[in-house]
Design a protein around this ligand. Sequence first.
Ligand SMILES: NC(=O)C1=CN([C@@H]2O[C@H](COP(=O)(O)OP(=O)(O)OC[C@H]3O[C@@H](n4cnc5c(N)ncnc54)[C@H](OP(=O)(O)O)[C@@H]3O)[C@@H](O)[C@H]2O)C=CC1
Ligand SMILES: N[C@@H](CC=O)C(=O)O
Length: 372
Amino acid sequence: MKNIPIILMGCGGVGRQLLQHIVSCRTLHANKEIHLRVVGVCDSKSFLVVPDVLSMEFNDTFLTKICQIKSSNLSLQTCVESGKYEAFPYPESTKKITDIAARLAFTLVDCSASSETIKVITHAVNLGCCAVLANKKPLTSSMEEFDNLFLQPRRIRHESTVGAGLPIIASLNRVISSGDTIFRIIGSLSGTLGYVMSEVEDGKPFSEVVKAAQALGYTEPDPRDDLSGMDVARKGLILARLLGHRMDMDSIKIESLYPDKMSPNKMSLKDFLANGLPLLDNDIEERIKKASSNGNVLRYVCVIENSRCKVGIQELPKESALGRLRGSDNVVEIYTRCYNKQPLVIQGAGAGNDTTAAGVLADILDLQDLFS
Ligand SMILES: NC(=O)C1=CN([C@@H]2O[C@H](COP(=O)(O)OP(=O)(O)OC[C@H]3O[C@@H](n4cnc5c(N)ncnc54)[C@H](OP(=O)(O)O)[C@@H]3O)[C@@H](O)[C@H]2O)C=CC1
Ligand SMILES: N[C@@H](CC=O)C(=O)O
């Protein structure tokens, strides 16, 4: 039986769903002679780890209990089971993870939405561990940090950072490896904004559908990350860097759906949801009605072409591939030498805890050959 030790950072919607998938896939994995051995789990405040990472693991009952605690919005610190684990507060936890990486090759899974995880991931990978990311932020900081993170590219997977569980990055990597030239990528890469646009088209108020998208697990922890275009810009940057463009975030043109006075440094999330968001209803409704009077729809689109990336709203024909999108679906069209007139198209659910966690799990399994 091949043993893959796992440390999970982030136990929110996606992280919890991943733990549930791991538990429910035990028989499937056992039939493939694989065992996923979860040795540690972190939230923003603490890190719980088995007392002996070389021989122990959290059993499925304990993993289920972690999911229950975190679903109730409690901290991992409230989990009291003597002898099962040691607990380390953040940020001491990151030193503990690096210490473990010096003794054990494990897969570090980042299901947080933190920009602070890049250092511990880079350390762990450079000490011989693997990393699987749903979190886009470690891949979208400076080029220097990105280069350091990718010194061992074969040990990193991050399919869920773009299009959740859709095989966008895997497909792009295959196209790149074949020597094909990529001319243009155009896509609707936000499950939240796709859902919001199509629901407003059906006559629902913008503020209500943003809250519904949050309840469905599509949005970032702060939905302004989606509404500002930042989340799409991060995905665009990840794809552009994959194509070899040495770009930073500040070179991407980004259109925001809310004014600067509603940004996180000027308004609390609670205030934004209660008072800011409803002020945007009329403007978005008007824009959508105007597009509709031209027979068109609005879609939030990412375009990568000529070493440039831009993200923003476009008015598109209802019957185009992007215009036909409904709900949280993403679509990406990749134009290359081989896929010239008819692009390579990848489409499907682009957000949600289930599909995202499934993408993370598939990435973990994809790294199995690096473990004995
Ligand atoms: N939802 C989706 O459809 C998709 C999400 N993703 C990405 O997946 C990630 C997780 O999303 P989601 O589960 O919805 O987010 P949540 O906000 O539900 O969960 C985030 C988790 O990360 C924990 N956390 C915060 N900071 C740290 C840290 N420094 N170290 C370890 N853990 C930390 C939080 O702790 P605490 O519980 O204490 O707050 C929380 O448990 C995000 O990066 C998102 O962009 C990617 C594709 C699709
Ligand atoms: N908030 C994101 C989740 C996936 O990355 C989205 O809506 O697409």
